[in-house]
Design a protein around this ligand. Sequence first.
Ligand SMILES: [Mg+2]
Length: 443
Amino acid sequence: MSKPDANTPRPLGTSTEASELSQQQATYLPPSDNALKYAKGIQRHVPAKPHASLTETKSNPHLIKSVESFYVRPRWLFVRIETEGGVVGWGEGTLEGHTEAVQGSLRDIGRRLKGWDAMNIEDIYTYLYRHRFYRGGEVLMSAMSGVDIALWDIKGKVLGVPVWELLGGKVREACPVYGWVGGDRPSDVLEQAKARKAQGFTRVKMNATESIAWLDSPHALDETVKRLAEVKSIGMDVGLDFHGRVHKAMAKQLAQLLEPHRPLFIEEPLLPGHPNELKDLYNKTTIPIALGERLFTREDCRPYFELGCIDIIQPDIAHAGGITETRKIAIMAEAYDIGVAPHCPLGPLAFAASLHIGFSTPNFVVCEMSWKMHYNVGADLFTYMKNPEVFKVVDGNIMLMTGVGLGVELDEELIRKEAAEAAKIDPWINPLFRGDDGSVREW
Ligand SMILES: [Mg+2]
C-alpha cells in the first residue's frame, strides 16, 4: 500500500467513488455563484489527514469505525467508540445542562475521526484541540473528553492493561474518595452523613449555603457553621462547596467563621475568573482552597497556579479534555505544590477515568464520587454497570482497579434502551435561583 499524497485529503473509503467525493468536497465554490453554492453546499466537510506515519492499510484493526453518544439518566452523556477490529471503548462527556451542545460537537468529531488510528491518542487530541482554530471552553472540551477517555479505554483493552499502567504505572494502592451530603437543614445533613458513613465514606462534601445575595445578612451564614459541626460530630471530614454562589463580601466572612471548625477544603469560594480576589481570600484563611471544575485546559489553570491562590486543583475529567489534559494539568500543578482532586459528580466512566489519574499521579489527593448523590434521580452510579464491585468504598477508598482499559463493564443493551427513551424528553437543566427581589442569583 502506498502512503496518501501529503496534499490530498484522506479518502473516506478505498473506492474510486469515495475518493472522487472527497475531491468534490474539497472544492470551495465562488461566493457569487449562489445557485451552485446552495445546491452543493457552501462549505462541505473535508476529511482531515490522520497522522503522517499511518500507512494506508485496510489491515489496521485500530482505525476508528464509529463514534456514538448516548444521553442517559440522570444527566450523563456516554461516548462509545468502536474500531474496525471490533474493540469498543467508552468515555463520558457529560456537561450538565448542555447535553445537546456537546452531542452536536460529538457529531462533528465523529465525522472527522473516522479512519484515524485510535492508538494515536495524543495526535488525535492535538488535532482536535489545535487544528479546529476555535478551542477550549466547556462544550468543545467536554466532547473531546468523551472521545479521549474512550480512546484510553480502547488502548488499555488492546494492550491488555489498566489505563493507570499506560500513565506510568501505579503510585498508590487505593484512591481516597468523598461522597455527597445534599440536605440544607442540620437534621438533614446529619442523617445523610450517617448514610454515607454506612456506605464506607470517611469524607463528604456539601454545599456551604443556599442561594445567597451579593450582600446578604450575616445571619445567612450561621446555618453553614451549624451544619458543618453536625457532620463533623460523627467523625467525618467535610469539604464545603461555595459553588461560586457566594460573592466576595460574604465569602470572606464565611471563611473566617469556618476557620475554627477546620473543613477539609472550601471549593469555588469565589467564581472562576477572579484570581486576584481569590488571592486576597487565600491570604485571609488557612483553610485549603480548591477550584477548577470550570477550568478546562492548562492555560485556564495557569493564572491560578502562578498567583498561588489555590491549594487544590479540581479538573473535571468530563469537561477538561479527558485523561490527556487532566494528566497534564496534574503534572503542571505538582510544580506549584498543588494537589489534584478530580471533580466528578458524574457517571461511572468519568469516575473510573478520574481514578486512573489518581492511581498514577503523585499529587492526587481525593476524588469526588456520586454514589447516592442527590442529583442521581432515575439512575445511580451503578445502574449501567455490570461490575459495580470495582467501586466498593473501603474505609473511604476505592481499591486499585485491575481490569483492562477503564475496568468498567457496561450494560450496553440497557444504555441503548435508556438513551432511546431519554431522547423523547428534554435533557436535565439546573434550577433557576432568584432572590427576594426577583433578581437572578448564581446556582
Ligand atoms: Mg463544586
